[in-house]
Design a protein around this ligand. Structure first.
Ligand code: PRP
Ligand code: URA
Length: 218
């Protein structure tokens, strides 16, 4: 018997399988990768993730003139986009996303993980006022326990957001499971899925502390 009321659906998880993504991710992980190179690679990976995450944008036919003739082209027609980095480390992904979607509005959610409890602490929130009308891309390079992005998505939904995707550079299985359990409607686009978390909540093998490596604070 097919009882649709008992079927649970979860968002999809897309691990982008592309040689350039795997190459750049490997460079990023290396302990020798310095701050300048780390920033550039995070931006480039965010750009490539955006390409995947926007594959379902709606388009419409448009009549245009080329220098040669008139033709029917294709133009993005769907909902407007909001990009929401989770501070700090999500900031490193913004320019890479905006290169693909330059007209997007930008919101900010400030969170840090308490080092003892690993629970996220919110310190800032500023979002566009028409979130219900926008496709939202929430950015954080690291999906570790999933606590930070879950709290961020809670805030986005309180502000009216209805269509949310998460873009991450690296994820742990624990974080994916947490986000899917708490927000099954959110699709995840990620450059790599690692083995596990260590006892301090770091992704293994991972790349270390993304915020510190981006901003050179350690
Ligand atoms: C890092 C990272 C994520 C969070 C992921 O931020 O950028 O926001 O940890 O961990 P979670 O999935 O277990 O919540 P951090 O707290 O180090 O703050 P920062 O970005 O300001 O460095
Ligand atoms: N946050 C990071 O920056 N790195 C991890 O491995 C986990 C959380």
């Amino acid at each position: 018997m097919n009882d649709s009321a008992t079927i649970a659906t979860t968002g999809k998880v897309v691990e982008v399988d592309h040689p350039l993504v795997k190459h750049k991710l490997t460079l990023l992980r290396r302990v020798e990768c310095d701050t300048a190179q780390f920033r550039l690679l995070v931006e480039e990976l965010a750009n490539l993730l955006t390409y995947e995450a926007t594959k379902d944008l709606e388009t419409e036919d448009v009549e245009i003139d080329t220098p040669i003739t008139r033709m029917t082209g294709s133009s993005v027609s769907g909902k407007k986009v909001a990009v929401v980095p989770i501070l700090r480390a999500g900031l490193g992904m913004v320019d890479g996303v905006l290169r693909m979607v330059p007209v997007a509005r930008i919101g900010h959610i400030g969170l840090y993980r308490d080092e003892e409890t690993l629970e996220p602490v919110t310190y800032y929130e500023k979002l566009p006022d028409d979130m219900a009308q926008r496709d939202v891309l929430v950015l954080d390079p690291m999906l570790a326990t999933g606590g930070s992005v879950t709290v961020a998505v809670d805030a986005l939904k309180r502000a009216g957001a209805q269509r949310i995707k998460m873009l991450a550079i690296l994820a742990a299985p624990e974080g994916i499971a947490r986000l899917q359990a708490d927000h099954p409607d959110v699709d995840i686009y990620v450059a790599g899925i690692d083995e596990r978390l260590n006892e301090k909540g770091y992704i293994v093998p991972g790349l270390g502390d993304a915020g510190d490596r981006l901003f050179g604070t350690k």
